[in-house]
Write a new protein. Sequence first.
Length: 157
Amino acid sequence: MSPPLSASEPACAMNEVASQRGTVMAFDFGERRIGVAVGDLEIGIAHPLETIEIRKDSDRLGLIEPLVAEWCPVLFIVGLPVNTDGTEHKLNSAVCLFGEALTREFGISSRMIDERYTSAEASSILRDAGVRGRKQKAYLDQVAAQTILEDFFSHGG
């Protein structure tokens, strides 16, 4: 059961994945930046949304709240970093805490999925689109979040 909602939370926060319909919001977690993507459960198409710059850890959820209010997701997907050899990444516990905080704050379930190679794939996608070098910085995290969400959709959501 989801925790009770506070008066400051958007009404859409009550949505849970009760059906195969609704918006999914995905996150590529970083200590300084969080990439955000959205997609639709019914049709399984994802697109990059935004890269959030984090100045203080305490600002993280507050910066995400307007996106949750606008998009009314029914599920959060959080990319879980895994080393190439399959071992736990140093950010693993911070990412898990982030996913738990999302669920607690917004009353929406979070699922973790392996994000191995998503940044490299995002960089390749951007390079193919003609975005190279330093220009990629503004888009890399949100395209990585899109890749995480596409992986979620391709494995049956």
